[in-house]
Design a binder for this molecule. Structure first.
Ligand code: GCU
Length: 590
């Protein structure tokens, strides 16, 4: 009797677990047959989180005039998707909590196909239901996830309900305090993706690290027919290679190819077609090698200086979370105008359209997970959240030529728990992607009154040392930089991953008047004087391209919940300091 009960219990768990999927079977939906669910979604704001108790996922309607139902998606307000909720309604500007989204749709699924619902991102926690059934949960506000709904979808009136909760919590990644606005909601595109019963789940097609002509990677099939013939074609290069996947659906890909290498000067992308017996996908991929040698960064074997700028995923001109191709083109266009060949996308993975645009425009990318400031490094919950986000970031973008650096952290306090936490993340990233460089934005300290030292022990596990410094803003006045020299314990390239000062566009004064354009301009002049003297410096990324919203910036008439360190205002106006950086980058190209 007891044995039978245990067996029944196990069966229920398995059934429950299979209903609740791990987010993320399908990768790279670009070029797949898909239906967008973007647009207006019905929403219920649920500050006390009683939606589950009231069965919101059921999306019920009153049976008759006496039926007691205290919610209705049919008659409630709407919000736009993609989009953060904070900038769509004044009453939601400061809102942190749960909001329930509901989208109804019809879908005639073709026989012999599977269906997935794909989310570009949802900040922070998402619980997904279809037709009253829970299909899954996802944690992390900046990476994609998806669930299979093949067996749940019906032809008419499907009810897709998503509870999104952006409350911050200590074990979260990021944790309680950040210097960016906690934009909540379905912040990126939502898509229905139809695939064959056995489909190409993921692929990794890149040059072997340090090689200019050896393609190495893999293709992964998912479905009832895992062992198949797979062809990788690059028509423009006359390449057509065939491989076999094994019983787990995996195929190793290795072949030589004489290709035009991708670079900022020549961002060559190739159409790459992967065909299996049951499926095919097409992608635009650039091929380039990136490596380090002593203090140098080598792109395609050539030494490189990263002329960079930091960017938050804040929509230019309109504010709120950026999500569109236009947003990406505007922000990256401004970076190009500055003379950049590199952008640090801070402090979390930006949307896929941004990195694909960087591929197209020829901008090298630093991509980062939000292990930011005081993360709970001793917490396994925090580690799992960080590791999941790292895996999702890498699997989404591992075919993007523009991305050369994976960053595992920003300004985290040096202690043993943190070091162990980040060391494990670096090892994980290297196992997922052996072709790119590992970095993190670290801090520095005074060795003596005129010497800055970079010796964070995390550096020993990294390829490129990122360092944030604010000499002349948080530390003294701009001229202080003139007296500073820099030292490092590492024979590795250093990128000054942040330096900056605040100014309100149009506010003028002398060079010592804080918040004036002249102070910011002077700050940059003194900074560049200091940076040019650092022998192991191989890149600069000023903080930051554009003013961005922050809940920690309060000065009335000056900050008004904006961090004003942008070289460009939130209305797109170039500040005087913009031209100082532009001139420096022009100099470097002469
Ligand atoms: C920090 C941090 C940024 C922040 C910046 C600032 O270094 O990494 O997220 O916005 O400094 O203080 O402006």
């Amino acid at each position: 009797m007891k044995k039978t009960l245990v067996l029944i219990y196990l069966l229920i768990c398995v059934a429950g677990a299979s209903a609740q999927q791990q987010p993320g079977l399908i990768n790279n939906i670009a070029g797949r047959s898909s239906v967008s669910l973007d647009g207006q979604w019905k929403t219920i704001i649920d500050p006390y989180e009683v939606g589950n108790d009231l069965h919101f996922p059921k999306d019920a309607r009153p049976k008759d005039k006496s039926d007691l139902l205290e919610y209705s998606f049919a008659t409630t307000d709407s919000l736009n998707v993609p989009g953060d909720w904070n900038t769509q309604r004044d009453e939601l500007f400061f809102y942190e909590g749960a909001i329930w989204y509901r989208k109804s749709f019809d879908y005639a699924r073709k026989p012999g196909t599977r269906l997935f619902v794909h989310f570009g991102a949802a900040n922070y926690l998402a619980e997904v239901y279809l037709n009253g059934e829970k299909v899954g949960r996802h944690e992390g506000g900046f990476t994609p996830f998806n669930f299979e709904i093949t067996n749940l979808v019906r032809e008419k009136e499907n009810s897709l309900v998503v509870k999104v909760d952006d409350k911050r919590y200590p074990e979260g990644v990021p944790t309680l305090v950040t210097d960016w606005w906690n934009y909540g909601g379905l912040t990126r595109q939502v898509t229905l993706v139809e695939v064959p019963l056995t489909f190409i789940q993921d692929y990794f097609i890149q040059l072997r690290q340090g090689s200019k002509n050896q393609i190495s990677g893999w293709v992964k099939l998912n479905g009832e027919k895992p062992a198949q013939k797979i062809t990788v074609s690059i028509p423009d290069a006359g390449i057509n290679k065939t491989f076999m996947s094994d019983e787990s659906g995996s195929a190793e890909i290795n072949f030589n190819a004489d290709l035009t290498l991708w670079s900022p000067e020549h961002p060559k992308l190739y159409g790459v077609v992967i065909t299996s017996e049951t499926d095919h996908v097409r992608d635009e991929i650039g091929f380039r090698s990136i490596e380090v040698k002593g203090p140098d960064i080598l792109l395609n074997g050539q030494p490189l200086f990263l002329r960079g700028v930091c960017i938050h995923e804040e929509a230019p001109l309109r504010g709120g979370r950026a999500y569109s191709r236009e947003d990406a083109r505007t922000l990256l266009g401004w970076a190009k105008e500055l003379g950049a060949n590199f952008v640090r996308l801070a402090h979390y993975p930006h949307n896929e359209l941004m990195v694909r645009e960087a591929d197209r425009l020829g901008l090298l990318v630093w991509s980062e997970i939000p292990v930011y400031w005081g993360i709970k490094f001793e917490s396994p919950v925090a580690f799992e959240a960080a590791q999941n986000q790292l895996g999702e970031m890498i699997s989404r973008d591992h075919n993007r030529a523009s991305i050369i650096l994976w960053s595992v952290a920003n300004e985290t306090p040096n202690n043993p728990a943190r070091l162990a936490f980040l060391k494990k993340l670096v090892e994980r990233a290297r196992s997922l992607d052996p072709t790119r460089l590992m970095t993190a934005a670290m801090l520095h300290h005074y060795a003596d009154e005129s010497t800055q030292m970079i010796d964070d022990p995390l550096g020993q596990y990294l390829d490129v040392i990122g360092c944030n410094e604010y000499i002349g803003w948080y530390d003294g006045l701009p001229e202080k930089a003139d007296r500073m020299q820099w030292k490092t314990v590492y024979q590795k390239p250093v990128v000054m991953s942040e330096f900056g000062a605040e100014a309100v566009y149009g506010q003028h004064g002398d060079e010592l008047t804080r918040w004036s354009e002249e102070y910011q301009e002077s700050f940059y002049r003194h900074q560049l004087g200091m940076l040019k003297k650092i022998p192991f410096l191989r890149g600069t990324a000023p903080w930051i391209l554009m003013d961005f919203r922050s809940p920690r910036r309060f000065l009335p008439g000056v900050q008004d919940y904006y961090n004003r360190k942008g070289l460009i205002s939130s209305r797109g106006e170039r500040k005087r300091a913009f031209y100082v950086m532009q001139e420096f980058y022009r100099e470097l190209q002469r």
